[in-house]
Design a protein around this ligand. Structure first.
Ligand SMILES: *[C@@H]1O[C@H](CO)[C@@H](O)[C@H](O)[C@H]1NC(C)=O
Ligand SMILES: *[C@@H]1O[C@H](CO)[C@@H](O)[C@H](O)[C@H]1NC(C)=O
Ligand SMILES: *[C@@H]1O[C@H](CO)[C@@H](O)[C@H](O)[C@H]1NC(C)=O
Length: 287
């Protein structure tokens, strides 16, 4: 699907599909039980998701993209001035989007005021790859804005980001921003569903974007598993984290005929091992 600027607005209102699927069996009881909100762990019971008290939980949520380009919002502003010019260059900042316009607290309050109870917080595996490539150190938001937007616009937008979110500073990293979003969600009792959206940071999705199917050009399975694992460990401490999804929208690798004929349609191991991957991942977060 072509990237549409409408889709790039801050909140993508969508019902979160139940990406949790019932595993064949839970090896052992899940560790952490909590007697306070969000009453995890959630479990699947038939078609329902239930908390540790046995209440059915239904997510009504907003998508908060953190897997792509901050620049879409800037483009949207440019287009408001001249609707006939569309700039579609890919830029990567990989932090939760829109914070140059509003504070985290404002956005979460807005979501809550709409009667919603959850966000789907997306990330790109590339962010984790960069952390590994950088000796385990995450990039600062400041650097990230500059590499995404260049040395003229990067600092400008970074200054807007700081003005709206004054608790951040020049040492704030991308994951600090994810943490702050999760902390605010906990404060306001909004569930966080952490979602691996893409491997390469970019708007999703098409069948020719290299991210469509296991081991497509930009979808390296080893890096994906490493990234899932890293984010599971990282997000484990988020009180508001109640679920995660392994991958957004698997689709046909239409520009990769070899992969399509050999692997697509659940012919290979990765696909068959998804339930096991899911169990590993869930046990890791212990929720
Ligand atoms: C800078 O921000 C980070 C979180 O983003 C925080 O942990 C740190 O304490 C802040 N440093 C100062 C000097 O305020
Ligand atoms: C995936 O990336 C790893 C390095 O992280 C590399 O060793 C491996 O060859 C890559 N796999 C494919 C299918 O490209
Ligand atoms: C699940 O975890 C086990 C134990 O660490 C490991 O041997 C197995 O390969 C993992 N499975 C998948 C699909 O990642």
């Amino acid at each position: 699907m072509p990237r549409s600027l409408l889709r790039s607005s801050l909140l993508h209102l969508l019902a979160l599909s139940g990406t949790l699927f019932a595993p064949p069996s839970w090896g052992s009881p899940l560790p952490r039980q909590s007697d306070s909100w969000p009453y995890g762990p959630f479990v699947v019971s038939g078609p329902e998701m239930k908390n540790s008290r046995g209440d059915s939980i239904v997510y009504a949520g907003a998508n908060w993209p953190g897997h792509g380009e901050v620049t879409l919002l800037i483009h949207a502003a440019a287009i408001a001035v001249n609707p006939y010019v569309t700039v579609l260059t890919l830029h990567i900042a990989v932090i939760p989007d829109g914070l140059q316009y509003q504070s985290i607290e404002f956005v979460v309050s807005k979501i809550k005021s709409l009667g919603m109870n959850s966000i789907r917080l997306t990330y790109a595996i590339q962010m984790v790859d960069q952390i590994y490539a950088n000796g385990g150190k995450d990039t600062t938001v400041q650097q990230s804005f500059t590499s995404a937007l260049g040395s003229t616009n990067g600092p400008k937008v970074y200054a807007q980001f700081l003005a709206k979110n004054p608790s951040f500073n020049s040492s704030t990293t991308r994951l600090d921003v994810f943490d702050a979003v999760a902390a605010e969600c906990a404060k306001q009792q909004i569930h966080v569903h952490l979602d691996n959206h893409m491997s390469r940071a970019a708007w999703c999705c098409s069948t020719t974007d290299g991210n469509s199917w296991f081991n497509d050009n930009d979808y390296n399975v080893s890096n994906w598993l490493r990234g899932l694992s890293y984010m599971a460990s990282h997000a484990k401490s988020w009180i508001a984290l109640t679920s995660m999804s392994l991958r957004n929208e698997l689709r046909a690798p239409d520009n990769n005929p070899t992969l399509k004929s050999q692997s697509y349609n659940w012919r290979d191991d990765y696909a068959r091992k998804l339930p096991e991957t899911f169990i590993n991942y869930t046990q890791k977060i212990g929720k």
